[in-house]
Design a protein around this ligand. Structure first.
Ligand SMILES: *Cc1c(COP(=O)(O)O)cnc(C)c1O
Length: 427
């Protein structure tokens, strides 16, 4: 093993450091495996209950009428998440699209949207119209209100009570911290927030942006009162195999509204050929609990290594986890770049390219990204990125297998060592 690691560019000191950290994570990993076992059974139970058959793995073309595989997959998602219905489609191009679809189809001119958990994910700013954009909710006369979290990270219950009014139609709750410093919300906390909101106004639609959260816990937001959960298939629930897609699971009416908007009024869920993609959707969902577990172990291992080396990590290696994202603050440009280059060098695809920071559209500082993925942009695969600005933090996620996530982190540590960011691994 050591020889192979050396051939792959990991020196003895880095490898030994990694092993010493890993030795302390046994209990943590056992708990993650138990969680995956539970969720694996949940997925199998849903597939069996919905009579997934060999015919479901095939696809349709053209209009896609009577696509039994597509309809059964949607029944599986609904069963799994305990909802009345679900929309799971390759025609939903990404997570942002799924969220935009859920919002635009369930809100009408004059309605108000409320985020009680602070600023939503960057790309939603344009969907909502916080940043001016063509086709935003704002352009259609849908207003937006936001209540920030308190400085201690708690919900601002009084602020939320004051913000809810006759026009408040839908509440959007983002589970993952995304690229912010706040903590990710546990499903339990989301449940408490939903109960509080429904108590003020029972007919508000509570939607949860579930991106990066699926299968991290044994319950999902729909188990604690969410009317709708929304996510991307090139994150957790696609298990690394789905090459595209998004889902919306929830109340029949919410899902129906989304279907009529995705295709056309009158057509809804009846059209939308699945082409040849269904086998990957089913198999990806089947693998998703263990793939998510691999990513979680990678995140915990990264946190443990980097906190031992004196860097600030969110969450830390002992905290309970509610999504697969790991944030590490390096405090220097060199740290961010070296970490990302190490992750890239561990990839199965494009390992030989060297990532550089660049001025990406929509960002106010250069961003460096590491991704050598089978599915372009997939962040359930091992990936990292960070803006080149204070506090010089990197966001790291994914790994389809734990051995790959581990190798990626060792490569990143080696790269930090070679760049002089980590002078020594002596403890
Ligand atoms: C990834 C993500 C999105 C957007 O998904 P894309 O597929 O990148 O469009 C939205 N919200 C959260 C919390 C996410 O993590």
């Amino acid at each position: 093993m050591q020889q192979l690691y050396e051939e792959l560019g990991i020196d003895k000191e880095v490898a030994a450091f990694g092993e010493s950290i890993l030795a302390g994570l046994k209990e943590r990993f056992e708990a993650i495996d138990k969680n995956a076992e539970y969720n694996q059974l949940k997925v199998i139970k849903a597939m069996q209950a919905c009579h997934v058959s060999e015919a479901c793995l095939l696809g349709t073309t053209g209009y896609g009428y009577n696509d039994v595989g597509r309809d059964t997959l949607e029944a599986v998602y609904a069963k799994l998440f305990g909802t009345e219905d679900a929309l799971v489609r390759p025609q939903i191009t990404c997570g942002t699209h799924a969220l935009a679809l859920a919002l635009m189809s369930n809100l009408r001119p004059g309605d108000e949207l409320l985020s009680p958990v602070g600023k939503p994910y960057d790309t939603l700013e344009e969907v909502i119209g916080i940043r001016e954009s063509k086709g935003s909710l704002k352009e259609y006369g849908i207003r937006y209100r936001q209540v920030d979290l308190l400085s201690n990270g708690e919900f601002d219950y009084e602020g939320i009570r004051a913000a809810v009014n006759d026009s408040t139609k839908l509440v959007t709750i983002q589970r993952s911290k995304g690229y912010q410093t706040r903590k990710t919300l546990s499903v339990e906390r989301i449940g408490k927030l939903i109960a509080f909101i429904k108590n003020i106004k029972p007919d508000i639609i509570c939607m949860v942006d579930n991106c990066y959260g699926e299968f991290v816990e044994v319950i999902e937001p729909t188990d604690v009162g969410a009317d709708m959960i929304v996510g991307s298939l090139i994150k957790n629930p696609g298990g690394g195999l789905a090459p595209i897609g998004g889902y919306i699971a929830g109340k029949k009416e919410c899902v129906e509204n989304a279907a009529f908007r995705l295709t056309s009024p009158g057509l809804g869920k009846e059209v939308g050929a699945s082409l040849g993609i269904l086998k990957d959707f089913y198999q990806g969902l089947f693998l998703a609990p263990t793939v998510t577990a691999a990513a979680l172990k990678g995140a915990v291992f990264a946190a443990a290594c980097l906190e031992k080396l004196g860097f600030s990590v969110v969450p830390d290696s002992t905290e309970s986890r509610h999504d697969i994202i790991q944030a590490v603050t390096f405090g220097s440009k060199e740290g961010v770049i070296a970490f990302c280059r190490g992750i890239q060098a561990a990839a199965p695809v494009d390992s030989f390219v060297v990532p550089e920071p660049w001025d990406m559209p929509g960002y106010d500082a250069p961003v460096i990204m590491a991704a050598g993925a089978f599915v372009s942009g997939s962040s359930i695969e091992l990936s990292a990125d960070g803006p080149i600005k204070p506090p010089y933090a990197v966001y790291f996620q994914g790994g389809l297998t734990f051995p790959h996530a581990k190798f990626g982190i060792l490569k990143a540590l080696q790269s930090l060592k070679n760049a002089g960011v980590i002078p020594s691994f002596e403890k």
